[in-house]
Design a protein around this ligand. Structure first.
Ligand SMILES: Nc1ncnc2c1ncn2[C@@H]1O[C@H](COP(=O)(O)OP(=O)(O)OP(=O)(O)O)[C@@H](O)[C@H]1O
Ligand SMILES: [Mg+2]
Length: 243
């Protein structure tokens, strides 16, 4: 029943997309997965109302801040994985959800503005750690990165995170048409066909890598991607290889 929470006060950082991809990948392994949609815009509730979800993947719509803890507790009792998608603000709901997390995923796009907001999310995690006197694992996830370009900005942001001691996912979620198509077509990633998007196999592989790494972090296992990621001499993942 690990609880994996997606948080960043930066709007559009990729929380809902990454949360949805993780839920898809975990459910595809046969695990019972509950997604709690705690964004008042209800992106995942809308998605679930269109997509024909497998029986082991459920989306619960959060009522408000007074119910989030109970919703997480109930979902954790009934599912193997609970995924919480949060609104892009700092709020009571966000703090409560983080307080219950086994992993907080902080999505970041390759801009300094995103990096600043990620640092705020880390501070929020640390506040909750202090308040509840327990360690709350978190990791930064680069999203919408380009398979071909490794920009200077991205490299400098990575360096800043490294210096700050923030854990960063080895996997980056690449910019993929298929990740938009799940929402625009109202499908799970595994229901998409070539008529919806190109490169679905690569999109599936990338999201499954992300899921694998998430589970490894939650379980305290070393992160390895021997079949897909090449750790070069500079210890940077070669994301081009999976593009
Ligand atoms: N890896 C990706 N590839 C392609 N498009 C993406 C990817 N990640 C996110 N997007 C797109 O970027 C936009 C913002 O993503 P998303 O809604 O997931 O962000 P968010 O952090 O949940 O935003 P909000 O703070 O508004 O809730 C969406 O249009 C989504 O389709
Ligand atoms: Mg969202």
């Amino acid at each position: 029943m690990p609880i994996i929470v997606f948080a960043s006060s930066k709007g559009g950082a990729g929380k809902s997309t990454s949360a949805c991809l993780l839920a898809n990948a975990l459910a595809n392994t046969g695990a019972n997965v509950t997604v709690i949609d705690a964004d008042p815009n209800r992106p995942l509730t809308r998605w679930a109302s269109h997509a024909k979800l497998p029986d082991n993947l459920k989306v619960v719509t959060n009522k408000d801040e007074s119910t989030i803890l109970a919703e997480i507790k109930e979902s954790a009792a009934n599912s193997e994985f609970v995924i919480v998608d949060l609104e892009g603000v700092a709020s009571v709901t966000v703090s409560y959800a983080i307080s219950r997390a086994n992993l907080v995923v902080i999505p970041v796009q390759g801009s300094h503005l995103d990096a600043v907001e990620a640092a705020k999310a880390v501070r929020l995690v640390r506040n909750q750690e202090e308040a509840f006197e327990r360690k709350i694992p978190f990791a930064i996830l680069f999203t919408r990165t380009s398979p071909a370009i490794r920009g200077r900005t991205l490299a400098s942001i990575e360096q800043n995170f490294k210096e700050a001691g923030y854990p960063v996912f080895t996997t980056q979620l690449l910019e993929r048409e298929a990740y938009k198509a799940i929402f625009s077509c109202g499908k799970t990633l595994y229901q998409l066909t070539s008529s919806h998007s190109s490169n679905i196999d690569k999109a599936v592989r990338n999201s499954e890598q992300f899921a694998l790494e998430s589970i490894r972090i939650v379980r305290g296992l070393p992160v390895e991607h021997p079949d897909s990621l090449d750790h070069g001499q500079d210890d940077k993942p070669n994301v081009a290889e999976i593009a």
